[in-house]
Design a protein around this ligand. Structure first.
Ligand SMILES: [Zn+2]
Length: 194
């Protein structure tokens, strides 16, 4: 994500005491997005995550993507499932043990602060400090992840493999079978299962 003054301004909290609504903090030669911007990045990614995991699985679509390369081979991808997996795996990787337990209880399982504090045996103040810290850390990671950042969310779902990300390696595919060709059958909801 390339930050611009306009994108920072759009994500900033207008009453923020650190950036005063500009979304920018730090010295002029090393400007950084403010914490309020990073928290809003996390919230945008989290909203899409909730939407992805609660939508009807039957409408999840399979895309045929072209990764580039000389042989022109193409591969199948499931953007919704990819996004869910990236959101969970990146969060697990970048949070420490306590932060991940809070993230899991509060954001994934939907427990409110009272239940989280009782279960994790922590006070309300440290709990909310940890929640802010989690949102800021993941907001930064989600927007800086390479080659596919989770934010902006619409760019993730309309992604194109950038030139720099192409390795030139041939994607391994199963050898073509002689005779009958087995059609691709993604799991679909049947009438019996409905
Ligand atoms: Zn701010």
């Amino acid at each position: 994500m390339q930050w611009t003054p306009e994108s920072l301004l759009a994500l900033a909290y207008e009453k923020c005491k650190n950036c005063h609504g500009t979304g920018l903090r730090g010295w002029r030669n090393n400007p950084q997005p403010c914490r309020c911007v990073l928290r809003n990045v996390f919230r945008a990614c989290y909203r899409r995550f909730v939407y992805c995991v609660t939508q009807d699985r039957a409408i999840s679509k399979v895309n045929l993507a072209s990764p580039g390369g000389r042989d022109g081979r193409r591969l199948y991808e499931r953007p919704v499932e990819d996004y869910i997996a990236d959101f969970l795996l990146v969060s697990r990787r970048y949070l420490d043990e306590l932060e991940y337990r809070i993230f899991r209880f509060h954001f994934l399982l939907g427990a409110d602060w009272r239940l989280c504090c009782r279960r994790l045996k922590i006070e309300k103040g440290p709990f909310f400090h940890a929640v802010y810290r989690i949102q800021q850390r993941l907001g930064r990671v989600f927007s800086e992840l390479r080659p596919f950042a989770l934010y902006p969310v619409q760019d993730y779902f309309n992604r194109r493999i950038p030139e720099a990300g192409r390795t030139g390696k041939v994607i391994p595919m199963p050898a073509r079978t002689q005779g009958r060709v087995t059609p691709v059958r993604p799991p679909l909801k049947t009438k019996d299962a409905a």
